[in-house]
Structures are given as structure tokens and as C-alpha cells.
Ligand binder design. Structure first.
Ligand SMILES: Cc1cc2nc3c(=O)[nH]c(=O)nc-3n(C[C@H](O)[C@H](O)[C@H](O)COP(=O)(O)O)c2cc1C
Length: 379
């Protein structure tokens, strides 16, 4: 089909999928548009790049089931606070409960304000969620990735290895077949904490945490980097210091010290994309990057891809008031995917076709490939 023929099909698909998004939309996209949306996270091939970031939307097996049904590529489970065998948590201040979330406009975008922190139920309940995620991953319906906040010491303190050991081993046992996919969360609330006042302290964490975790399990490890309260150069230094991870999630929300809350919106994606534009010593292929921050359109997915992200993790866009999505039926996940992929102006397909027409993306074997947008990705 010609580029203009594809655009006509896209307008048509966008309309009819408002009522129901086919679960296997990546195959439909491949057949109809000759576009291969395949992507990658933590060494796993994904049918497309769009996943859900860790948070309040991945607290239960029911939420995971709905996401698998919608055709989401992956979901990161809510962050659990590490503990030792006796149940002690050095980061216990992060395991606090809060029920109210507020979705509000911020600049030209949206943010979710929420004062809670990590998983606030028992570790056993978390392990049950991990097993549910494992089953979905194994059946190929949805890659689920546990997320942990482990002890982070001051410069003159040792790491509390007992927390690393117990939590990692329990997760690996629950996951059963190695390797265990895992995200380590360095959260925005941590960026606002006195613990993160010192650059050397943060760089030590990033350098040493991977080996602390891998000492206890065969883990494929992604580190979710915070937006530290330093300049863009330091943000790149953080990427370089974390080079022994398998993947990096770049970058969690900004922290408003005055209000004591994390926030997103356009300021977040501006900062993230600006930092990713800077040169660094990161090897092109490893750690691979997963983008997060104010992703609300396929166009924004492409902006992150062009800066090295072979997958993306969204949270806020899966939480908008229903009337903000063009779709009229389906779960929020389906409605969000519909807009992200099929929007005729700013959806992923439209933007890839636009780049083809402009000569900045070429067909290989007759197809456009999402991963061809990502510099350094191995074909
Ligand atoms: C209410 C809320 C809770 C979150 N909880 C976590 C968390 O527990 N662990 C984590 O790594 N990220 C957490 N995040 C960060 C999101 O996963 C995501 O990376 C971030 O919000 C930026 O993406 P967005 O602009 O699409 O929301 C949370 C975000 C929100 C809005």
C-alpha cells in the first residue's frame, strides 16, 4: 500500500477501533501497514514498545489480567520495599499507605499527585502477585516485572546485605525459572530525601547495587533512575555510573521540594529528552533504555525512541478521565493503546509513516520497523 493509502486506512481503523481494539493489534498493523512494531525490554522481545510503569495500576492480578487482555506489552509491578528474613525494612519510611490520587492538568499535560510510596501490604501478598505476573509472562500474554526499593546506605555505611539477600531470593523463587526480570527503583521521593543530597553517594549506589542484587539471583536488572536535584550533566553521570545494569529506565518523575510531591507533565519530558540528547559514555546497546515521563502520544514514544529507548513505560496516560480518550468503549488500557497507536495525526503509525514520507525512516524487507528508530539497536 502507498503511504497515502496507508493514511486512509489509518483514519478508518482509528474510527472503528474506538469501539474495540483488537487484542493482537500488532499483527493487524503488520498486515495492513507493513509496519513491525516489535520492541525490546530487558532482553525480551515485545510485540510493541508500550508498557505500564510501576505504580498504583499494577497492584493486583486483576489489573494485570485486564492489561494482558488489552494487549499491553509489559507491566512493572508496584515497588515493594525490601526486607530481611525477620521482616525488617531499612526503607520502611517508603512503605506508607495513601488512598487518594488526584489527576490534574499541569501545563499542556497531566500529572498525578499522590503522597503514598511503596507497596503497603505484606511481602507474602507481593510474592503472590509476582507469581501471577510470572504465569502471564510465561504464557506470552504480558511480561510482568517486579520492582524493589532496597536499602541505600550513606557513604560511610555498608549495604545491608541481609535485605538484598532475602528479598532477591524470595522473588527469584517466586519467579521460578531464571532469569528473574527486576527493576530497582530509585524514586523521586528519594531524590527529595536528605539521603540524596550528595552526588558521590548516589553514584556509589548506581555502581554497586547491580552486584549486590546479582550476588543472590540470576537477575536481569533494570535500574529506574530518579531525576536527581542536580543539573543535566549529573543526570548523564548517573547513566554512566549505572552501566553494569542490563537496562535503565529514564527518568522517574521530578520532585517538588516545597510541596513534598513528585510530579510529571511537560517539564518532565522536556528534562528527560534534553538529558538523553547529551553525549555520554553509555554503550549503544547495553544497558538498553526504557523511556518514562509524560508519554501521551505515539509522537512522544518516537521522541524517546530516537534518543535510545527501545520500550516505554507510562503511568499518567493510563489514568486520565475517560472522556479524554477518543475511544468510546473498552478498558482504560485499551483506550490508551488505541490513541497511542492509531491516532491519525500523533499516533505511532502516523508518525512512522510521516518519517517514511520525509525520508528519515526506510523500509527494510518491505517493512518499517519501530526498532529502526532506535540508534544502536541490534537488528
Ligand atoms: C501515583 C503514582 C505512583 C507511582 N509509583 C511508583 C512506584 O511505586 N515505583 C516506581 O518505580 N515508579 C512509580 N511511579 C512512576 C511511574 O511508574 C512513571 O515512571 C512516572 O510517573 C513517569 O511516567 P508518566 O509521566 O507517564 O506518569 C508512580 C507514578 C504515579 C503517578
Amino acid at each position: 500500500m502507498s503511504n497515502s493509502g496507508s493514511r486512509a486506512s489509518l483514519a478508518n481503523d482509528f474510527e472503528r477501533f474506538k469501539r474495540e481494539l483488537p487484542r493482537d493489534f500488532p499483527s493487524h498493523v503488520r498486515d495492513t501497514y507493513r509496519i513491525d512494531l516489535s520492541a525490546r525490554y530487558l532482553g525480551q522481545r515485545l510485540p510493541h514498545p508500550i508498557g505500564k510503569g510501576s505504580g498504583q495500576l499494577s497492584l493486583s492480578s486483576g489489573q494485570l489480567e485486564t492489561d494482558a487482555e488489552a494487549g499491553l506489552a509489559f507491566a512493572v509491578l508496584k515497588t515493594v520495599i525490601a526486607q530481611d528474613a525477620a521482616g525488617d525494612q531499612s526503607m520502611a519510611a517508603w512503605a506508607i499507605h495513601e488512598t487518594k490520587m488526584k489527576v490534574e492538568r499541569r501545563g499542556a499535560g497531566w500529572t498525578v499527585t499522590w503522597k503514598g510510596r511503596g507497596w503497603d501490604r505484606s511481602f507474602d501478598e507481593y510474592l503472590a502477585l509476582v507469581r501471577a505476573g510470572r504465569d502471564l509472562s510465561r504464557s506470552g500474554r504480558l511480561l510482568a516485572v517486579p520492582s524493589v526499593k532496597y536499602h541505600l546506605p550513606r557513604l560511610d555505611e555498608p549495604f545491608r546485605d541481609a535485605e538484598y539477600a532475602y528479598t532477591t531470593r524470595e522473588l527469584a523463587t517466586a519467579w521460578d525459572e531464571p532469569p528473574l526480570p527486576l527493576e530497582k527503583d530509585f524514586s523521586p521521593t528519594l531524590a527529595g530525601d536528605r539521603l540524596a543530597d550528595e552526588k558521590q553517594q548516589i553514584l556509589r549506589w548506581l555502581r554497586e547495587v547491580p552486584q549486590r542484587i546479582r550476588a543472590h539471583a540470576d537477575a536481569r536488572l533494570s535500574m529506574k533512575l530518579m531525576n536527581a536535584r542536580f543539573d543535566d550533566d549529573f543526570q548523564r553521570e548517573m547513566i554512566d555510573a549505572a552501566s553494569s545494569a542490563d537496562a535503565l529506565v529514564v527518568f522517574n518523575r521530578l520532585f517538588d521540594l516545597q510541596q513534598g510531591v513528585a510530579y510529571g507533565g511537560p517539564e518532565l519530558s522536556d528534562r528527560n529528552l534534553r538529558v538523553l540528547d547529551r553525549p555520554s559514555g553509555r554503550q549503544a546497546v547495553r544497558p538498553s533504555l526504557s523511556g518514562t515521563g509524560n508519554i501521551h502520544s505515539g509522537r512522544m514514544v518516537v521522541e524517546y525512541a530516537l534518543r535510545g529507548c527501545s520500550s516505554v513505560q507510562l503511568h499518567t496516560f493510563f489514568q486520565l478521565p475517560l472522556e479524554e480518550y477518543p475511544a468510546t468503549d473498552g478498558s482504560r488500557t485499551q483506550r490508551a493503546l488505541h490513541a497511542l497507536v492509531f491516532d491519525p495525526r500523533d499516533g505511532l503509525i502516523a508518525v512512522m509513516l510521516e518519517r517514511e514520507a520525509a525520508g528519515s525512516l526506510e523500509r527494510r524487507g518491505g517493512e518499517l520497523h519501530f526498532l529502526d528508530l532506535v540508534p544502536g539497536e541490534q537488528r
